[in-house]
Design a protein around this ligand. Sequence first.
Ligand SMILES: *Cc1c(COP(=O)(O)O)cnc(C)c1O
Length: 342
Amino acid sequence: MFKLKSVIRENIAKLTPYSSARDEFNGKGIFLDANENPFGELNRYPDPYQTTLKKKLSKLKGISAEKIFIGNGSDEVIDLAFRIFCTPGNDKALTFSPTYGMYDVSAAINDIELLKIPLTSYFQIDEKLLKPFLKDLSLKIIFICSPNNPSGNLLKRSTIENILANFNGIVIVDEAYIDFCKDDTCLNLLANYPNLIVCQTFSKAYGLAAARVGIGYASEEIVQLFNKVKPPYNVSELNQKAAIEALDNSEAYEENLNIILSERKKLATALEELKIVLKVYPSNANFLLVETINADVIYKDLVSQKIITRNRNNLVNNCIRISVGTPSENKKLLQALKNINL
Ligand SMILES: *Cc1c(COP(=O)(O)O)cnc(C)c1O
């Protein structure tokens, strides 16, 4: 059985968190407590718990605000998870490769060994390969990226549930791209699995990569741990406002989302017709993984035509990952690919 107490680092369990000046009083008043400048517009520290933003998310997702953590990008959620659950130099985490590179970097920064289990040729989890690792007591976190980056596909829900049920550590499902396939979210598993953390972000479908706002959904107990360890004012006032505005402007969000989805379909069809393209993998996200006849050469040629894609040859043989752009950007990409003679 999963016991939260047994996966928290001792020093974190014992930690007395920083108490900010505003913790005791947050109504209207004369604030002479935080050594702020009384003049200006951004002179006050922001709400450390992002109450307004959480209320809106809570309503939108049907999840209580106490189960929501806001990070400075989901990269902060990932880093905090390492710091809360993994003792440096001792514990391990696990990912399924190929996947998002930040798990690797964040694990290395925290001196945590990251185990990597290869996905199948259909980019699904091989449960037989995973099984022997589930009983390793030093394994504290399993990362599941779904839809997966760079392959673009959703991972099977039944597999995710099996892992949640059979692993006594933390399972982080990274849903950075879930807005492009909303019905497949694992958020509704939160009620059944106290070891689940679902990460989402404003960086992709909400178009706010510059603002750095990420979300972690988890049990109240886990969210309290994150609150305890995070820097007190981790999400700036400007970033909170940007996220709130994006949620209020749902029309623009839907409109852009629909354009991206219809462009993805057009782009996939057009790419498949090119001689230098061998395969376009099915995508549930806002990018396509494209197998080519020579990724290194094609990638460089595109750069010389001032079109930057992501060369994933090191992860998936001869593959390039292409984000879906605006209709005119996608047209230019296709023309540039047609210009390449191989
Ligand atoms: C883009 C991306 C993120 C987003 O990270 P932010 O820090 O929220 O910008 C998270 N996970 C994956 C797999 C991604 O591809």
